[in-house]
Design a protein around this ligand. Structure first.
Ligand code: ZN
Length: 394
């Protein structure tokens, strides 16, 4: 029988990676080979190897169905993947593994149905509403909700930002971090334009997002604050403020308290802040893939060591940060992703946090393999988007 540790790794392989090296196997190393192919993102090869094994007489061959299933899932063959998970269900004894397979079957079912495209919050606004949101009135409007006190140059804007703030906060706390309670109040100041922002906002603008957050102590009280800009250079309402800047800065604010004294690599914090934005950032996916395939690449080691980035490589750093967090979110089940963050919060480095989140024994060279798998995936995703865009331009 495959050892428990090996089986855990098989299950983990569907989320992130393979293989506890050197585990004894009764399948002549074929299980390990299939897992290795899965880890190297050679999904067709992994599928074939594992299917041969699953249909063979090897004593633990039938358990290879989980690799067949995972490989098919990654190839986008969701119905076939569900079929393989059912084969796996028929042979697995462990209740945790059964639950895992059942959850994956449900995910396959959901993936085989077209998901509604994510929409930016500003997409639903009419021209009249956009014009109203751009009004700069002398009287500041204040809107208060459970977690926010919003001050804005008009009441429609104060109401909209208050509503979007509650929904962004719920997404960040519940979906990204797995900590739904946020027992704090945040002040949000919206300044009409850049000069008002510069004159009043306490912190420097976030290089990427164009807003800022503040977390500081003032006479025994904790001040939580976000500063934003209402108008773009063209003096029209800047829709990016609610679509991107607000969720981005809020995520930073929440993360600083979430991690407390623990170190969160800058790349992870920026990647998470961008992942909090409701719509996928295709430009960043393309830029990350191009950088990782070429001269401007920042390696995973350098990404995790970076404490700041200079103007020369900032765009690539942010794009790769986004790509890395996307990669981890796609490879890990949501619970495992949250567990990884909890392990980081407890003081682990990313390598340790990931291994603990997927119940893997520590393995030498893990980070290098993770880096290589992420790079391959990022390059492929970028090529995929470019191919789609080329096709739709024809
Ligand atoms: Zn940021």
């Amino acid at each position: 029988m495959a050892s428990k540790a090996c089986m855990l790794a098989v299950v983990a392989a569907t989320g992130l990676l393979g293989l506890a090296a050197g585990q004894p196997s009764s399948s002549d190393g074929r299980l390990d080979q299939a897992l290795r192919a899965l880890w190297d993102e050679q999904f067709s090869a992994a599928q074939e190897l594992a299917q041969d094994l699953a249909q063979s007489d090897a004593p633990d061959g039938a358990r290879a169905w989980v690799i067949v299933a995972a490989a098919r899932q990654r190839l986008g063959r969701h119905d076939d993947a569900a079929q393989a998970y059912r084969q796996f269900l028929a042979v697995c004894q462990d209740s945790g593994e059964k639950q895992y397979a059942l959850r994956q079957i449900e995910l396959c079912r959901q993936s085989s149905q077209p998901a509604p495209a994510a929409q930016a919050p500003s997409q639903g606004l009419s021209q009249e509403e956009l014009a109203r949101l751009a009004e700069v009135q002398e009287q500041i409007s204040i809107e208060t909700t459970e977690h926010f006190v919003v001050r804005a140059p008009n009441s429609a804007l104060a109401k909209l930002v208050a509503r979007q703030s509650e929904s962004a906060l719920a997404h960040i706390c519940r979906d990204l971090l797995g900590e739904p309670d946020y027992p704090h109040s945040v002040e949000i100041f919206i300044w009409a334009d850049q000069s008002a922002y510069r004159a009043n906002a306490p912190g420097p603008s976030d290089q990427w997002a164009g807003g800022s957050f503040t977390l500081r102590q003032d006479q025994g009280r904790t001040i939580r604050r976000i500063d934003l800009m209402q108008l773009g250079q063209d003096r029209k309402f800047d829709a990016a403020m609610i679509d991107r800047v607000l969720p981005h800065e809020m995520c930073h604010l929440v993360l600083v308290e979430f991690f407390g004294q623990a170190h969160c690599p800058l790349a992870l914090s920026e990647g998470l802040a961008m992942a909090a934005e409701p719509v996928a950032n295709k430009a960043n996916i393309v830029l990350a893939g191009a950088a990782l395939a070429g001269q401007k690449k920042i390696s995973l080691h350098d990404m995790l060591a970076a404490r700041c980035c200079d103007a020369g490589n900032a765009a690539v750093f942010y794009a790769e940060s986004y790509s890395l967090v996307n990669y981890l979110q796609c490879r890990l089940a949501p619970e495992a992703f949250k567990e990884m963050l909890q392990q980081l919060k407890a003081g682990c480095c990313l390598e340790e946090a990931l291994q603990r989140a997927v119940c893997m024994p520590a393995e030498e060279g893990f980070l290098d393999r993770l880096g290589a798998a992420w790079e391959n995936d990022a390059i492929r995703n970028a090529q995929f988007i470019q191919a789609l865009e080329t096709r739709s331009a024809l």
